[in-house]
Design a protein around this ligand. Sequence first.
Ligand code: ATP
Length: 273
Amino acid sequence: MTAPERLVTLSNATITHSGTPALRDVNFRIDRGEIVTILGPNGSGKSTLLRAIIGALPATTGTVKRAAGLSIGYVPQKLHIDPTLPLTVRRFLSLPHRISDAMAEAALTRANVSGLAGRQMTELSGGQFQRVLLARALLSKPDLLILDEATQGLDQPGAAAFYRQIEDVRREMGCAILMVSHDLHVVMAASDRVICLNGHICCEGAPAHVATAPEYRALFGAGTNGALALYRHEHDHHHDDLPDTTQPAYDQAGCAPDCAQSDCAPTKTETHP
Ligand SMILES: Nc1ncnc2c1ncn2[C@@H]1O[C@H](COP(=O)(O)OP(=O)(O)OP(=O)(O)O)[C@@H](O)[C@H]1O
């Protein structure tokens, strides 16, 4: 068996903003072909971690190592385009570097929005817009594709379709995918690994098999706390603001103790509303 190709490694990395640590002592790796999702509350350091990975923020202590020649594609959370500025999709793809029509069409096809080249950016639907951003990120033939809450503003079917596309991209291009997402569907269905941040890596692991259980639906909408309860991980400390994941956090039906869904049928004896 060949060893996985390591793309990025953070070793005991601390990342600070104006002298204040946003992330402490982070050990992180991502290998070619993996889909890894970062979860965490607001201000927990998700964007800071992404920025350290792409090299926009240095580590104050520890190291950030990228594979030689690593190509990174980035799909931002949102991108404001002046509504008064005429800008076609084709022209947008050529900023800042001019590309051929064939390259533009290939990227749009891969992002499943072929035929949009002549459309104005400001006239695209939310889903089309994100796919055009994806097409642009794919132009550099990335080894690592980073998505920062790329489905924010999309409805659930739109987000699900977008992430199915992401899985196709991984299969076709063989890249790794690193994403920040608050969408439990995505975390459970698409990720090989989930990492929870809160100023440091609290826990990480593979999403639990409960994704296929009907009871899993009872947790949708439970937010990050629900997600935290749903994957296997090692956790050796406690946060006041997070569930104590060293204790049983969900019952056999996959329901968290605080689940308030009417169709939830807990099988444990924990107090349940
Ligand atoms: N440029 C900056 N200067 C100073 N502090 C910053 C800067 N950027 C982020 N921070 C601080 O670093 C911490 C982590 O911020 P970060 O944006 O990484 O969190 P996040 O998990 O991405 O948050 P959100 O979910 O709200 O986008 C926060 O306390 C934030 O206030």
